[in-house]
Design a protein around this ligand. Structure first.
Ligand SMILES: [Zn+2]
Ligand SMILES: [Zn+2]
Length: 331
């Protein structure tokens, strides 16, 4: 079967590999759609992937089940979570497999077939199309949804989202749908246009304007109730603290290393709460499904669909910031 190989230094190619076989608690999925994630770009730009590929957001049809699988059968449509827990600890019992100390990460989902733990699959109701399915079972909507559960104050109204890549845009779509006044910040004009289409009330580009001053102006001089860092850069992390109101909240979505923050200036003397938010909980799938059923236009996050044979173009466009969420369709 065909599988994507990230060759490194900006090249993605197709490799012919053996079809996967499931371990007792695993299933093999015939891929219908897989989504590109910003977290894959490091490997794409640098050394590539030694084995398999970094695809970890996908949906498809159950093809084969392991000998111990009783919950799924061939032919069922599923979306998958890339993270499977041990299945027996307290976190797993509550559907919080990302907190399981024995969690396992599944990848290589940019392929005609892939293998995953049966407990990481969500059966997709018939009315859930593949685009929606991959977003509500993976980090496409999962990260923005999980982030929404971290908002502490119920009166949070003005939300500034720093970074309008796929995760930032997901936050824009969801929070605007929930009635919040969303400000999107990014250096890319096309991505800011997309943010406006997805519901952002205001967009600011640091290349054109002093975004901190602009956010303060927009909020009557006080700052945003909440800032979400979705760019994964030290300067945007600092900008979140500069743009948030006293007593407000900062939530981190973008992965990064050390940032020079002052405990006194950025936290204590302004009563700021900062919160981390990673991936999503398996149990949150049903809340996302409910949002879709209540009208959240989930699939509007996907701007570009590529065939498997065009995977090199897909990665090039995605890495260049030309797309929102980009997907491969296995037609
Ligand atoms: Zn991802
Ligand atoms: Zn566990």
């Amino acid at each position: 079967m065909k599988s994507v190989k990230l060759c490194g230094h900006g090249v993605a190619a197709i490799a012919e590999v053996p079809e996967p076989t499931p371990q007792p608690h695993e299933v093999v999925i015939q891929t219908a759609i897989s989504a590109l994630c910003g977290s894959e770009l490091h490997g794409y730009r640098n050394d590539g992937s030694a084995k398999g590929n970094s695809g970890h957001e996908a949906a498809g049809v159950v093809l084969r089940v392991g000998t111990a699988v009783t919950t799924l059968q061939p032919g069922q449509r599923v979306g998958v979570s890339a993270i499977a827990g041990c299945g027996v600890c307290g976190y797993c019992a509550r559907g919080q497999s990302t907190w399981c100390t024995k969690r396992r990460f599944y990848g290589s989902m940019h392929a005609e077939q892939f293998v995953v733990a049966a407990t990481a699959c969500h059966v997709l109701p018939d009315e859930v199309d593949w685009k929606t399915g991959v977003l509500i079972s993976g980090d496409g909507l999962g990260v923005p949804f999980h982030t929404s559960t971290k908002i502490i104050r119920p009166d949070t109204t003005t939300i500034a989202v720093f970074g309008a890549g796929p995760v930032g845009l997901g936050n824009v779509l969801l929070q605007a749908f929930l009635g919040k006044k969303v400000i999107a910040v990014d250096v890319s004009a096309p991505r800011l246009e997309l943010a406006a289409r997805l519901g952002a009330a205001a967009t600011f580009n640091p290349n054109d304007t002093d975004v901190i001053a602009a956010i303060r102006d927009y909020t009557g001089g006080v700052g945003a109730d909440l800032c979400i860092e979705a760019a994964g850069r030290p300067e945007t992390a600092l900008n979140c603290f500069a743009a948030v109101k006293t007593g407000g909240q900062v939530i981190f979505n973008g992965e990064q290393g050390a940032v020079n923050l002052s405990i006194s200036e950025q936290f204590i003397r302004r009563d700021i709460t900062a919160t981390g938010s990673w991936f999503y909980h398996y149990a949150e799938f049903h809340d996302m499904l409910r949002l879709f059923r209540s009208g959240l236009p989930v699939a509007s996050l996907i701007t570009d669909v590529y065939s498997l044979d065009d995977v090199n173009t897909a990665f090039a466009d995605f890495a260049a910031g030309k797309t929102g969420k980009a997907v491969i369709s296995y037609g």
